[in-house]
Write a protein that binds this ligand. Structure first.
Ligand code: FPP
Length: 243
């Protein structure tokens, strides 16, 4: 094995930003304060990911299961997304960030949808970093939606069921054209995927940290990237032997 392996950087990093509530509770603050601090951590992470040369950063901001939270918290998170996009879009655009929001828009109000579309259109040609914000997102729902889209093509006689490949499936997902997740980070100490990018994470390396999301910073990201670089990715094959 070579003495010095080059630092292997992931193309696509996905983050489950967990621990906002516990961060706030530990400080005697309302949960909303944790989510607000979570926005600052998101801003920091976008900058850090961009500095690290990461191509795609995906973040889980609101899951389809988060509807089970008190209405007040749900409304707060919706408002936070709206404000984040409104306040940060110009700066993100200037930094070369391409914003993409994935998830169902069915339950979002027209004002937010307009705002999201504007941000996506404005930043569409940026190439420094792609920021995917998963909002009202669930991977099972995304997969069911993809199956439905393919079934409709078959029903319309535009495709044979027998010809469906994993590529067709991939192209029917919200993340069509985006490379698979290389590194999935979850903050807050839990060790599960919680219905996030199940297809895209098929060969992702998982990294769990007890740090609450509002405390996540460039040093914490660098630590996750260093651990990723030390992992041995085989994609179901055998370890590559060097001469
Ligand atoms: C999980 O922490 C976090 C969320 C459900 C929301 C994530 C939102 C942010 C980080 C803010 C950025 C948001 C937008 C809209 C861009 P938790 O509330 O489950 O924390 P806990 O596990 O400690 O209770």
């Amino acid at each position: 094995m070579a003495a010095h392996q080059p630092f292997v950087s992931p193309r696509h990093v996905a983050i489950i930003m967990d621990g906002n509530g516990r961060w706030a509770e530990a400080r005697g603050l309302p949960r909303s304060a944790g989510h607000k601090a979570g926005i600052d951590a998101l801003r920091r992470s976008v900058r850090a990911a961009s500095d690290q040369g990461i191509e795609v950063l995906s973040v889980y901001a609101f899951s389809t299961e988060n509807w089970q939270r008190p209405k007040r918290e749900v409304m707060f998170l919706f408002d936070l997304l709206n404000r984040f996009i409104k306040q940060d879009v110009a700066e993100l655009h200037a930094a070369g960030v391409h914003i993409k929001i994935i998830g169902s828009r069915v339950d979002l109000d027209d004002k937010i949808i307009k705002q999201l579309k504007y941000a996506e259109r404005l930043t569409a040609d940026n190439t420094k970093l792609k920021l995917i914000v998963a909002f009202n997102y669930g991977a099972r729902q995304e997969l069911a939606q993809a199956a439905k889209a393919l079934a409709e093509l078959v029903a319309a006689g535009k495709m044979n069921a027998a010809d469906i490949t994993t590529d067709h499936f991939e192209n029917a997902l919200d993340t069509a054209g985006i490379p698979p997740v290389d590194l999935l980070i979850r903050t807050g100490g839990e060790q599960r995927v919680s219905n996030f990018m199940l297809w895209q994470c098929a060969y992702a390396e998982f990294y769990f940290t007890p740090i609450f999301w509002p405390d996540f910073d460039s040093t914490a990201l660098a630590k996750a990237l260093a651990e990723y670089a030390a992992r041995d990715r085989r994609f179901g094959g055998l370890k590559v032997q060097s001469a």
